[in-house]
Ligand binder design. Structure first.
Ligand SMILES: Cc1ncc(COP(=O)(O)O)c(C=O)c1O
Length: 406
């Protein structure tokens, strides 16, 4: 276990729980049973007393505003081939300006059925075969698996684990780059650590990218779930909004899916810098990447235009849940967790517990987290906290049971 943990973590717990009322928001008090709905999350452990806290969707019902838009679209009754309705691009542009102060020409926006699809397309479009794609680890598994699937190389640059944040290791980044490096896949905010890269870091990354002729692809799917924005904490700065030449060439990927729990509707957006790239993007996906479905558009538009009240209440819940996790982690000797700036994920370092296989230990105790090995980080687990508070409390009881000294 890193030396700082025992001294620093209790202070961190205090900071994240003190004075924070338990919101117990009735909006998020319960979730319908997801068994029998083809839920990836719940079917993994079907038939076992095992609480799934792995894949990143929420055990929460989407906002009423989104459900109303879906009902209205269903009532129309015709579901033919559908390209981006103009409101898809204008509502996303308005959302980005309102939330992040970023002005985007709606014409730069192209719909895609997923952010992962968008990442896969950038590998093929912007990097030749055998080119290298740099990425910070630990990281959301497709960042590791997509480059080899596209016959490109993934170059891992480990982030530095520090007491209150995960930081870019600039020396490691410089050491990793080569003339074959063509892309930097940035996960911003970062999954699984919940790190929000600050303005100065982003500018330094932009300098780095320009110096080495690298295009930055910024996955900003988590950018509407910053937990401390309203309390003087970090705000999200879209990489492409920087005043820097590397930002003007960057590709940004966003979606309403994480924030409003719409992942199964398959709808995301790429913000592409040039008309030429937008043209090539559509051709590259032709015949392989399906069109986005009409319900995905309806739900995303409703979320961006009418989902702000719900989003704020969700952030309050997630901030509270971050505190509960921090307190639970603190109670188990050997566990450590740098509290996330964003997301509903807790990235827990189990290496100090003496347990060789924390994933197996959790499953034996009735808890199903994500296994750190999939993120290039053995000895870690990732817990999804987006569920009714009672369920999270049960998950944390099981976490405690998983480790003998807990
Ligand atoms: C960083 C990141 N990017 C992309 C995705 C998935 O996006 P999509 O479902 O739009 O492919 C996730 C899901 O957890 C994620 O965490």
């Amino acid at each position: 276990m890193p030396a700082w943990v025992s001294a620093e973590l209790p202070r961190a717990v205090d900071r994240y729980t003190r004075g924070m009322p338990n919101p117990l928001d009735p909006l998020f008090a319960a979730c319908p049973d997801r068994h029998g709905t083809g839920s990836e999350k719940w079917d993994r452990y079907a038939g076992r007393d095992l609480l799934p806290v792995w894949v990143a969707d929420m055990d929460l019902v989407a906002p009423a505003e989104v459900l109303a838009a879906l009902h209205a679209r269903v009532d129309h009754g015709v579901f033919g081939y559908t390209h981006e309705p103009p409101e898809f691009c204008t509502s996303l542009a308005a959302h980005l300006e309102r939330r992040h102060g970023w002005q985007v020409d709606p014409q730069r926006i192209v719909a895609t059925p997923g952010v992962v699809t968008g990442l896969a397309l950038t590998a093929r479009l912007l990097a030749d075969p055998d080119a290298e794609i740099l990425t910070f680890t630990p990281v959301y598994p497709p960042f590791l698996s997509l480059p080899p699937l596209a016959q490109r190389r993934c170059v891992r640059v480990p982030l530095l684990q520090q007491p209150t944040t995960w930081a870019v290791d600039w020396a490691a980044l410089e050491a990793a780059v080569s003339p074959r490096s063509k892309l930097l896949w940035l996960c911003h905010p970062h999954n699984p650590t919940g790190t929000v890269f600050r303005h100065a870091d982003l500018l330094r990354l932009a300098e780095f990218a320009m110096a080495h002729g690298i295009t930055v692809v910024s996955d900003e799917i988590w950018s509407d779930l910053l937990l401390d924005e309203e309390h003087g904490g970090p705000r999200h700065v879209p990489f492409a909004s920087l005043d820097h030449p590397a930002a003007r060439d960057a590709v940004t990927l966003v979606a309403a899916s994480k924030t409003w729990n719409l992942a199964g509707l398959g709808c995301a957006a790429a913000i592409l810098p040039t008309a030429e790239m937008r043209h090539r993007w559509r051709i590259a996906g032709g015949g392989l990447v399906p069109m986005v479905n009409p319900l995905g558009y309806a739900a995303s538009i409703a979320a961006w235009t009418r989902g702000e009240g719900w989003r704020r209440r969700l952030v309050d819940l997630l901030r509270h849940h971050r505190g509960l996790v921090a307190a639970a982690v603190d109670a188990v000797p050997g566990l450590a967790c740098v509290p996330a700036d964003a997301t509903y994920l807790a990235w827990i370092d189990c290496r100090g517990t003496g347990v060789d296989d924390p994933q197996a230990a959790c499953e034996a105790a009735g808890l199903g987290p994500s296994d750190g090995r999939e993120f290039a980080a053995p000895g870690f687990i990732r817990i999804n906290t987006a569920c009714p508070t009672e369920r999270l409390e049960e998950a944390l009881r099981r976490l405690r049971r998983a480790f003998p000294r807990g």
